[in-house]
Write a protein that binds this ligand. Sequence first.
Ligand SMILES: Cc1ncc(COP(=O)(O)O)c(C=O)c1O
Length: 341
Amino acid sequence: MNIIDLRSDTVTKPTPDMYKAIAEAELGDDVFGDDPVTIRLEELAAEKVGKEAAMLVPSGTMGNLTAVKVHTRAPQEIIVEEKSHVYNYEVGGMSAVAGVLPRPVKSNKGHIASETIQAAIRDAANVHYAPTSLLCVENTHNFHGGVYLTPTQMSEMYATAKARGLNVHLDGARIFNAAVAQGINVREMTRYCDSVQFCLSKGLASPIGSLVAGPRGFITEARRVRKMLGGGMRQAGIVAACGVVSLTRMVDRLAEDHANCRWMAERLVECSGVTLDMATVQTNLLFFRTAQPAAELITLWRSGGVLATPVGAQEIRFAFHKDVSRANTERVWEVVRSTFE
Ligand SMILES: Cc1ncc(COP(=O)(O)O)c(C=O)c1O
């Protein structure tokens, strides 16, 4: 049976172009700084997001952790959104490795109000407090349903943080989804952060890899932290070759994933027992609540060749990506609808 895997947009297999690029990659040693394809990818990435420099890391988690560690000194406090990936799903690395305290705050689907940021900033003059030094934002926001932040929302948060002397790190794991969904250049958002992490291995379909971008001095220091974390890769051109394909050929097609996601949402929302907020259906992630236990449904769907992720006892996520065509989406619907009838 042909399996349709909606568990995550990380499950994609490399494209034929990627395999070809790997085979043709001229390799050096990136820890010595002489791997040509890695250098090209980093320059391309920096240019795409409008930053001075960029650095390849194996994962989004390492990218976020590296950025947090470079921005902060223990025991500072950093403001994070309560449902953010960096706070909930990165094993507390910011505390274990960077020695900082996360201060989780509420938001409106990832947009943290100016007053909320202001209220969360510690009074630096008070000796009881760990001073606040960083604001982390996430765009698109995974656990708010894959919603995007607009340039206006990003600029508001950035202005508030900068006015109080904080830096801003953007977890832009899916920032290209945010750009494509809004029909804008990614820089219209990344200009409102000091550093950004984005993933090659999600919708952009690379097998491995993320980039951290920011000012040149920030990236110089980030290289030291990456080495400490064990993220210095040698013939990294094998990975970077795929990354170049991701950035040059896989961005515009994200619109197909968004269209498939919407197609499915429009049908699911009509099913009895399904609760789905159509306002959150903006990119490639689809979250919905079910009357039946999520685990039961997922087991049933698995026997029909459809894989999905439970994100709560009665909540499920579908992630659309390049290995899920419209025909696959229609097949998913056939499997799924039968369980709601
Ligand atoms: C918003 C967000 N940030 C960061 C990450 C971490 O990426 P990685 O799995 O490459 O460590 C993820 C992974 O799903 C994510 O969704």
